[in-house]
Design a protein around this ligand. Sequence first.
Ligand SMILES: [Zn+2]
Length: 143
Amino acid sequence: MAKNRWIEIRDSNIHGSGIYAARDTPQGTRIIRYVGRLITKKEAERLAEKEEKAGTVYIFELDGRHDIDGNIPENTARLINHSCTPNCESVQYGREIWIEAMRDIKTGEELTYDYCFDEEEKEHHVCRCGSANCRGFIVKGKD
Ligand SMILES: [Zn+2]
């Protein structure tokens, strides 16, 4: 796992392991890249079905033809939990996906972003982010 001065991994209050701010992080910081295997849409479909059953989905849409499967050990960003009131967002730069600070984040805050909410799949994933405007469901699970 690559060294990254912005983050540390700890047990999460939300779910499993989480990523926490290792230092004060200004809004707009590219904190960590979401890395993974480049896969075709067809592969992604197959994989999504399999991962959905296991309650884990790590697929990111990249463009019209390809997705990224982030379910690889090198992808530390996969540990970032969902929140309905996140402090980070995923931003695409060309073919790279970065998790970026949406606001100033203080040392020790858990990093979260909003997983793409999908009506079809929401019933599979109950959200426990604890934020005041929690929607109650998320699309992706974490373990
Ligand atoms: Zn929530």
